[in-house]
Design a protein around this ligand. Sequence first.
Ligand code: HEC
Length: 460
Amino acid sequence: MAEEKLPTRAQDFSEWYNQLVLKSQLADYAPVRGCMIVRPYGWALWENIQGALDRRFKATGHQNVAFPLLIPKSFIEKEKHHVEGFSPELAVVTIGGGEELAEPLILRPTSETIIGHMWSKWIQSYRDLPVLMNQWNSVVRWELRTKLFLRTLEFYWQEGHTAHATQQEAEAETLQMLDTYTDFAVNEAAIPVIPGKKSDAEKFAGADITYSIEAMMGDGKALQAGTSHFLGQNFAQAFEVKYLDATGLVHHRSIGDLMRYAIVNQGLDTLAYYGDFQPSPGATVFSGDEGTRYSDEQLYALALYISSLKPPPNPNPVDDRSRRGRQIFQQQGCAGCHTPPLYTSNKLTPALGFHIPEDLLQSEDILNYSVGTDPTLAMATRRGTGFYKVPSLRGVWYRNAFGHAGQAATLEEWLDPARLRDDYVPKGFHLGLGPIKGHEFGLKLAPDDREALIAFLKTL
Ligand code: HEC
């Protein structure tokens, strides 16, 4: 065997590679076209790769799991781009135990869908986040052109899947894993790679952004050698992964979440008529007694009702004035707390004078800076945690109560410095004379800047 010489790389790069792999007994062709058998020497290399990467994953907090090889075919159809991208490559099982299956199963081409399905059960509150999972497995994609180790019908890999409360955190994780792959390729495998972002045409089916590391091959072509995807909310929405955030408010509306929300707010009897919101025709309007818990049936009906409310379309135009307002919003540092796209950083700020317990200070959720929110309500009510969440400014144009106690009736009033005076009479909810204290951002603006800022806020 040793006498047979390999072609040189210059003669035939592809053949040189094939023969090298076969002769060194790393792998062999399987009886099924496009499949390969990894032989002991090849598998030992793989075990070393696994070990070096697994250590790195665990150091970033990932835990290993095993999801099944078979996935209901309907799962793959839930995310539009995912199904379009993977359909041509799917292997489908229609018969099991000699019987036609009621629902065809697919051999996993990747596991986002089944993981999304399970996460909708497991992720109930912000306490369950982040989720950092990894699995070492093989996946099946019906590839037409195959090559030993580079692409076969069934191939071995690892797939990490994570869920986060915020986009910032999810993007940071995506980039962290790209760094991990780069570090492994360069420092363990001694393969120089170029990390970067894929074009829209080349990104993963169902991802918002795909990053990859690319190795340069001898023939000058780039070889994708590892990918890290930011999936946005595409799979979370397709599989209805929803949870309660740190303030007990809902991130994605579902009936179950709204029931919990209604419990939290059951003392409020203003839900039926709020701003421009109108009860749906025929809806039962509730006005709960403080202190008595609604029955589950009432809560369910209330939740259905809340979810039936639709905000009216925003009539405020984006024009030169509002565009100037956007700049003022940036310049005044408003975006630091009211961060796009939701116009909230989702952080908790302490009420005035509230001392944050030492062990909470490290939490990512907490901004250790008080905007001067009046502590009375924050400490005295059932929700009295001492914290206020930075509110989202989405939809402020149709609200008519601003600030934690709703004392300001309009944005104009919220941004009017007069509201700080002792003899001030608030125009919103109030119990008589008295200033609306705290949150002094934007109060010192010149009148036309203030108008522009308000024009911008009304477009959100
Ligand atoms: C340090 C963080 C921070 C900055 C900076 C900040 N805000 Fe706020 N904002 C908050 C918090 C916290 C609240 C809730 C305060 C309360 O209810 O007492 C709030 C409330 C508001 C509200 C009332 C919303 C509601 O639903 O009641 C508006 C409007 C608002 N901010 C606009 C702005 C604008 C405009 C700027 C810049 C000029 C700005 N904020 C800067 C943290 C911030």
